[in-house]
Design a protein around this ligand. Structure first.
Ligand SMILES: [Zn+2]
Length: 105
C-alpha cells in the first residue's frame, strides 16, 4: 500500500462551511464566520468571539506556495484530525458568488 494525498471534490453546504471555517495565515488564523483574528491554529476548537465550532481549515499560504499543499495536508491530518482541509481559493470563489447572488435577489 502506498498512501498519498490526492485532491478530491465533495459537495458542501456553503453556509455550514462559513460557520465552521478557520482560515490560517502565516502564523495565526481567523474565523471565517466573524473575522476574529489571532487564533492559534494548532489548538483552537471554538471561536472565542462567536462560538463557531471549527470543522474546516483553509490556508492562505498554500495559494502562494502550492508545492507545500500535501505537506500541509499531512500536518493537518496529524495535528488536527478534527478539521477537514479545504481549498481557500474554491471557498472564496463560491462565497463571493453566493454573496453576489444574495445582493441581486
Ligand atoms: Zn468567530
Amino acid at each position: 500500500m502506498c498512501p498519498t494525498f490526492l485532491r478530491a471534490y465533495q459537495r458542501f453546504d456553503l453556509n455550514e462551511v462559513r460557520g465552521a471555517l478557520l482560515i490560517v495565515g502565516e502564523v495565526t488564523g481567523n474565523c471565517a464566520s466573524c473575522g476574529e483574528m489571532g487564533l492559534v491554529p494548532a489548538s483552537v476548537a471554538v471561536c472565542p468571539n462567536c462560538n463557531a465550532r471549527f470543522r474546516f481549515i483553509a490556508n492562505r499560504r498554500i495559494e502562494s506556495n502550492p508545492g507545500e499543499r500535501f505537506q500541509y495536508a499531512q500536518r493537518i491530518e496529524q495535528e488536527r484530525p478534527d478539521l477537514t482541509l479545504i481549498d481557500l481559493n474554491d471557498y472564496q470563489k463560491m462565497d463571493s458568488r453566493a454573496k453576489a447572488r444574495d445582493l441581486f435577489q
